[in-house]
Design a protein around this ligand. Structure first.
Ligand SMILES: NC(=O)c1ccc[n+]([C@@H]2O[C@H](COP(=O)([O-])OP(=O)(O)OC[C@H]3O[C@@H](n4cnc5c(N)ncnc54)[C@H](OP(=O)(O)O)[C@@H]3O)[C@@H](O)[C@H]2O)c1
Length: 329
């Protein structure tokens, strides 16, 4: 039987998610990798338990996380029964739909038909009555935004999700989505963009739109899948993502140029008395407009390392300028 740490809320920082009543941990855990059928159940369990024992109250899923699609939610349903049922009200659980999930014209994109059916399937797989946050996973240029937002609005009204969010929308698309939903009477809680030292696209207007509209922002892949954790500074180890599960992190995408950048950043992290991963997370959390960083982990020790980000989360102007210089900004 799982007995969570009594001290689990002592060291985590909780940040308000935009203009809402919901607080999210500054570090959240994503189940994109390491929760499918290629990861032992006991490893998954220790990742979730380590996270919660240290105040990480937010677990993020999507319909097609696996492998195979649906498997992370199916496994989470088993974890739910074994560990989490008594702590449901201490957790913020999210899922998404928007990418390919099942065959035929109704298992992808942004139609009402797809979103409604997908959420029902996710709830069954996870053994939940509701999720805390349901996301539209990516913009769909072919479905009228009114239809997608109406589906999100109705999902909140149905009680199957307490809040709704969007992911991978650019600044302009996000602004339209936020306003469309607002006109229906629902506040968009959160946006989930890719944001890290190696991907600063969100700085081109998106973060400002979200701040102006009172929408929270949770940065996904803040460690660029491990590259910004210094995972590849000493070469490609067999247990790294690029080697053991390279579906979305191809070894050839980890170029010498990127490694050289990380090497320089890593030196600065050393001077700051922290690890590369800790500095990469602190750098994202430097602005309060980011509610949370959504990390992945293959080992519990990585979570324990990452939560120590708060030991040095401040940057001097000189350090920020040096980072910009290294990143070529
Ligand atoms: N909305 C979207 O479209 C979208 C897309 C992608 C991700 N996401 C969300 O974001 C979450 C996180 O994505 P991600 O897994 O790519 O995040 P990430 O935090 O950038 O990468 C996680 C990986 O970095 C390595 N790592 C983490 N901490 C480390 C440490 N302290 N030392 C060394 N290595 C460390 C591990 O890789 P190894 O396996 O090499 O150990 C870990 O699996 C996902 O689970 C998902 O919830 C959303």
């Amino acid at each position: 039987m799982y007995n969570p740490s009594e001290n689990r809320y002592d060291n985590m920082l909780y940040r308000r998610c935009g203009k809402s009543g919901l607080l999210l941990p500054a570090i959240s855990l994503g189940l994109w990798h390491n929760f499918g059928n290629i990861t032992p159940f006991c490893v998954q369990q220790s990742l979730l338990r380590t996270a919660f024992d240290n105040g990480i109250t937010h677990f993020d899923l999507a319909n097609n996380y696996g492998p195979p699609y649906g498997e992370a939610e199916r496994n989470f349903g088993i974890h739910m029964e074994r560990d989490w049922r008594p702590y449901r009200d201490e957790l913020v659980i999210s899922t998404k739909a928007g990418y390919d999930m099942w065959k035929g014209p109704y298992g992808n994109h942004g139609s009402r038909k797809y979103l409604m059916a997908s959420l029902d399937q996710s709830l069954k797989r996870m053994h939940l009555d509701y999720v805390d946050i349901f996301y539209h996973h990516r913009p769909d240029p072919d479905t009228p935004i009114e239809e997608t937002m109406q589906a999100l609005h109705d999902i909140v009204r149905s009680g199957k999700a307490l809040y709704v969010g969007i992911s991978n929308y650019n600044a302009e698309q996000a602004e339209i989505a936020i306003k469309t939903l607002k006109n229906m009477g629902t506040h968009l809680l959160i946006h989930q963009p890719n944001y890290s030292m190696l991907n600063r696209t969100a700085e081109n207007g998106l973060i400002d739109v979200l701040a102006n509209e009172g929408v929270g922002c949770i940065a996904f892949s803040p460690l660029a899948g491990g590259v910004l954790a210094g995972r590849y500074l000493e070469g490609f180890s067999a247990d790294s993502r690029a080697m053991h599960d390279p579906r979305y992190l191809r070894p050839e995408s980890i170029t010498d140029e990127k490694i050289n950048i990380v090497r320089k950043l890593n030196e600065l992290a050393g001077k700051r008395g922290q690890t590369m991963a800790q500095m990469a997370l602190a750098w994202i959390l430097r602005t309060e407009n980011i509610t949370s960083v959504l990390v992945g982990a293959s080992k519990p020790e990585q979570i324990l390392e990452n939560i120590k980000v708060f030991e040095n989360a401040e940057f001097s102007d000189e350090e920020l300028a040096e980072i910009d210089l290294i990143l070529g900004k």
